[in-house]
Structure formats: C-alpha cells, structure tokens
Write a new protein. Structure first.
Length: 102
C-alpha cells in the first residue's frame, strides 16, 4: 500500500565545505552555503544544521542548530519569489556561486 515508504523531500547537496569571505559589514567569516537545496513537498519545515569534524574512522559534532520555520507552497498557491538577501548578494559579489534575484 506504500504507507511504509520513505519519501525524500529534501533535494540537492546536503553537505557543504567552509567558504571564507566577508559578510555585509565587511567582516571576515566562515560560511557554509547550500545553493541548490530545495524541498519538493508542500508543508511547513525547519532544517537542522550539524557542524562536524570529519575524522578517518568517525566524526565529532562541534555544533548544531535549527533554522527558522519556513513554508513550501504547492505551485498553484506559490506567492512568488522574493528578492535575494543582502548577504546572498554580498556572497555573489565575492564570486560565490549563488542565485541572485533582483
């Protein structure tokens, strides 16, 4: 009946390496960017981010946090794209490969 099927709703690369660049205040920072991450099923979600030190035989969790809640809309209910954040635009100006919307 399919009731026990696991459905993957998070698409794209779920792992990121550190990128060192400046923020909107021109302060140096270490950022983890997920430019192609998307959710393919309508609903309300939060993402969990885990910073781990990868070792040969194991990993050590250094920190973790949850994103703010966000809504994924069905195509017919989608209210439209919003402008990119100033931080996203700042990263793009420094050569980071992110999509920028005006």
């Amino acid at each position: 009946d399919g009731a026990d099927e696991l459905v993957t709703v998070l698409m794209g690369s779920q792992v990121a390496s550190p990128i060192y660049c400046k923020d909107t205040s021109m302060q140096d920072g270490c950022f983890f960017i997920f430019p192609d991450l998307s959710v393919r099923t309508e609903g309300r979600y939060r993402l969990r981010f885990v910073l781990a030190q990868l070792c040969v035989m194991s990993h050590i969790i250094q920190a973790e946090c949850l994103s703010d809640p966000f809504t994924v809309y069905a195509a017919k209910k989608f209210p439209g794209m919003t402008d990119s954040t100033e931080l996203t635009k700042c990263f793009a100006r420094q050569g980071v490969k992110v999509m920028v919307r005006k």
